[in-house]
Design a protein around this ligand. Structure first.
Ligand SMILES: [Zn+2]
Length: 253
């Protein structure tokens, strides 16, 4: 039964209009399902140490609306089907992240963000029509992800809203796939746009949303942190943030 989603169906946000990317001209391709294999790691250009990203610095690293652990917030309510709970949460994460991205689109441009960077040497890639992975400007990449997600969320076969319809057997797999791509957008916004997030004074909101998102991913085992690992196994970008939040007790160890 999927009555729970029914109740939020009417809250769905208006259709997204394409940002600065004419997807019909460049072609829209669905992301590849293989987790963790679609990024490049450029060698660091110089031997000098990278400056510590602002989001890892005090007081920003601890800016939050919610104090304490997210463990109880992410646990499914007693009588709610787990698939429904995961679906509703993914739906909310998508919309919340979309709102934040909306506030940052003036800064996330083809010129400012020519790659989907998420760490000092980390860029995410997107498949072209031949399933070859290519580097795209971040706004194009994000627009592809968001359009693909909206299509999925509107697909009654993937996210059933009508009473009596069940989630497909592949739902857990789809959820993991969706989560991964939302995660990459968070990673890009932290890496490339945290200064603008600070200017807009939305860092506490953004940190809380991301901490909630990470706790949710851990609870349902859909977090793919290896997306952000270097060949040496070290975390890059928001992987460091998540480690820091674990040390601070914001996330469960
Ligand atoms: Zn950007």
């Amino acid at each position: 039964m999927s009555g729970f989603l029914n109740s939020i169906g009417r809250l769905r946000a208006p259709k997204r209009s394409p940002l600065n990317t004419p997807t019909s001209q460049t072609g829209f391709f669905e992301p590849l399902p293989s987790p963790g294999a679609e990024f490049t790691q450029n060698p660091l250009s110089s031997g000098s140490p990278q400056p510590k990203p602002l989001y890892l610095c005090q007081p920003f690293v601890k800016a939050a609306l919610v104090k304490g652990s997210f463990k109880t917030i992410v646990a499914p309510p007693k009588y709610v089907d787990v698939n429904e709970w995961v679906a509703v949460n993914l739906f909310d994460f998508y919309h919340n992240l979309n709102h934040f991205y909306g506030a940052l689109t003036d800064f996330c441009t083809l010129q400012n963000c020519p790659t989907m960077s998420a760490g000092p040497t980390l860029n995410f890639l997107w498949p072209d029509q031949n399933q070859r992975l290519v580097s795209l400007p971040a706004p194009t990449y994000i627009d592809f992800v968001m359009s693909w997600l909206q299509k999925l969320l509107d697909d009654e076969n993937v996210f059933p809203t009508k009473s009596g319809r069940d989630f497909p057997n592949s739902f857990a797999y789809t959820a993991k796939h969706i989560y991964k791509h939302l995660f990459r957008i968070f990673a890009h916004l932290y890496h490339q746009h945290f200064e603008q997030i600070l200017h807009l004074s939305i860092e506490a909101h953004f940190n809380s949303l991301f901490a909630h998102f990470l706790a949710f991913g851990k609870e349902f085992d859909i977090l793919v942190m290896k997306d952000l690992m270097t060949n040496q196994g070290m975390g890059q970008g928001v992987a460091e943030l998540s480690e820091k939040w674990r040390e601070m007790g914001i996330l469960e160890a």
